[in-house]
Design a protein around this ligand. Sequence first.
Ligand code: JCE
Length: 239
Amino acid sequence: MRVDVVTIFPSFFDVLEVSLLGKARASGILDVRVHDLRDFTTDRHRTIDDTPYGGGAGMVMKPEPWGQALDALVADDEANEETRPTFIFPSPAGERFTQATARELAGHRRLVFGCGRYEGIDERVFDYAETLGEVRLLSLGDYVLNGGEVAAMAMIEAIGRLIPGVVGNPESLVEESHESGLLEYPSYTKPAVWRGREVPPVLLSGHHGHVAQWRHEQQLDRTRSRRPDLLGDDESSVV
Ligand code: JCE
């Protein structure tokens, strides 16, 4: 998979060099390229923002550098005939990014992340991007960040680890929270007693059926108490 990132803070993405995703990049499974939006400006001051039409607080990102950046990235693709990229703009006003979104996007050939700052990006950029490929405005959650970078990083990690070969043991992907629709069961390792706290005896019993049943009950109990919204029997979806 090829992933391009457009940002005014390219160094935020240095962290992608390390850990699991760093290995995937080194082995060629993931081709991540980070671009500085200011490289697509044409004025002496490399201006990327301006005041909002209609008034209001803060600044808005100008459309011209974004247009130049998106055009350059679409042109820079040898195999572009059959598949257009998917453009992802992290936004607090976007659809919710979930494990299902990550799974879907992991099957795409090419993703382009556009990271906004200030009060956001001139709305016409999203309309223009629609002429170049599919456009998704995605929100990590119901809180506001200072820009799209941290959200893009979280999405790249969630998507990247689902690409075959990135996570060593594919079974470890299946048992995780949000894949089953339930939270994960609690995990324990040695020693069997630590600071007076025992590991639940069923886990030491060697009885696989009992272990599986206990773990499933734990998943249900935790999901009921911590995330009733996942079971659909709460009132969190009533606005
Ligand atoms: C962003 C900002 C709108 C005030 C570009 C925030 C995503 N889940 C998310 N939380 N926050 C974001 C996000 C993504 C991109 C941008 N801002 C700041 N946006 C109103 C402040 C600018």
